[in-house]
Design a protein around this ligand. Structure first.
Ligand SMILES: N[C@@H](CCC(=O)N[C@@H](CS)C(=O)NCC(=O)O)C(=O)O
Length: 231
């Protein structure tokens, strides 16, 4: 069986997505927590982002590409439907979760109110002496990315209104099903799960409240976790 080593931090929604997807496939995956940003540059000089997976030593970056590679290796259970139209919708939801919902979540993590808690969460693994030095750098760099993307420029009440609508849309799309396209999770389910996981991981209590108000999403997240090996 192909040996897979997944590198990243489980705080990242993309690492969570890839990790759970690989486990759901029943693949042999070892998770290695990333030590520092320099390690990431060495492992993935192309995009310098996590996750990075080594498939028998061959590097694959980006959660979407990692799951596609897993699908080739182990087609059952499938991440994407055989029906081309359904598969197109699945890829669209996966991409929306990765590229839109992610930035709403990031904007909320880096509001003036939440930025300190977010930076502390990210830097928890660093030696205590280094944290006060690195904290303003991280806040400037990552907070700056959310402002460049656009969601980070919205007033907090507008951002929360939009996030609430996005969560409503997700609950509507579930339509009473266990997963977005039926009784089995696919790549889109793991992508949405990754974002919900980040939004309920501590520094964004406003998002936790919005999600708790939508029981179909809470139950969905529990089902995805159960289908991919629990906690
Ligand atoms: N499209 C990529 C996104 C990966 C990504 O944005 N990862 C973030 C963590 S959530 C990262 O590594 N950021 C480090 C940086 O920007 O320096 C994927 O799906 O893997």
């Amino acid at each position: 069986m192909t040996q897979i080593v997944l590198h990243g931090s489980r705080l990242s929604p993309f690492v969570e997505k890839a990790y759970r997807g690989l486990r759901y496939k029943g693949l042999d995956v070892e998770f290695v927590e990333l030590g520092n940003p320099l390690e990431l540059r060495k492992l993935n000089p192309v995009t310098r982002k996590m996750p990075v997976a080594l498939f028998d030593g061959e590097r694959v970056y980006d959660s979407t590409f990692i799951l596609r590679r897993a699908e080739e290796l182990q087609p059952e259970p499938p991440f994407y439907a055989a029906d081309a139209e359904v598969a197109a919708n699945q890829r669209r939801l996966e991409d929306w979760a990765d590229e839109s919902l992610y930035w709403m979540a990031m904007a909320l993590r880096w509001t003036p109110k939440n930025a300190a808690a977010t930076a502390s969460q990210i830097l928890a693994g660093l030696p205590a002496l280094l944290r006060p030095v690195v904290k303003p750098m991280v806040t400037r760099q990552i907070g700056g990315m959310t402002r460049a993307q656009g969601f980070g420029r919205l007033p907090e009440d507008v951002l929360l209104r939009e996030l609430g609508l996005a969560l409503d849309d997700l609950a509507t799309s579930l339509g009473g099903r266990a997963f977005f396209w039926g009784e089995r999770p696919g790549a889109a389910d793991f992508a949405v799960y990754g974002q919900l996981h980040m939004l309920t991981s501590g520094p964004t209590p406003e998002a936790e409240a919005l999600i708790a108000d939508r029981p179909p999403l809470v139950d969905f997240a529990k089902r995805v976790a159960e289908a991919s090996g629990g906690a």
